[in-house]
Design a protein around this ligand. Structure first.
Ligand code: RB5
Length: 149
């Protein structure tokens, strides 16, 4: 069974729950490590737990949610070996999977998205990591920044 790990702070509870339920309906095994209430927590703590779990392996991808999606994205991208995208819409979700091969995608629970976040997630799931040389060349350059080499 395909697995996804989800982490969220208090600003991302509702959207994380909505996305997690959708993934379960699609047949994914969802490991939800986020907070379940709107009592304030610190998103760096959530990102740490969620990315540590992801690094154990076996996950198709991960999802991080906070109020804007920005805090968790900054934090995840400062985590060794983790790349996190913050798609604005379905086009960006498809393109980031194809071009950037991210480990995580992030969503903002307080953001008024132009498209349903479920459709944005579906666009990400339905896309594939393109292996065209131009994308791989660019990703190799990014990996050097990440200390992979
Ligand atoms: C919490 O109030 C909020 O700062 C957090 O959810 C997130 O939006 C940070 O980027």
């Amino acid at each position: 069974m395909k697995k996804v790990v989800i982490g969220n702070d208090h600003g991302g509870v509702k959207i994380a729950e909505k996305l997690g339920k959708h993934l379960q309906e699609l047949g994914y095994s969802v490991n939800w490590l986020g907070t379940r209430t709107e009592d304030p927590v610190d998103y760096p703590d959530i990102v740490k737990v969620t990315t540590d779990e992801y690094k154990k392996g076996g996950y198709e991808f991960g999802i991080l949610c906070c109020g804007t999606g920005i805090g968790v994205t900054i934090n995840a991208n400062k985590t060794q070996g983790i790349w996190c995208a913050l798609p604005q819409n379905c086009f960006a979700a498809k393109a980031t999977k194809e071009h950037n091969h991210p480990d995580f995608i992030a969503f903002g629970g307080r953001i008024d998205y132009p498209e349903d976040p479920i459709a944005i997630l579906d666009a990400f799931i339905d896309a594939e990591n393109l292996q065209e040389p131009r994308h791989l060349r660019r990703l190799e350059k990014l990996k050097k920044l990440d200390g992979h080499f």
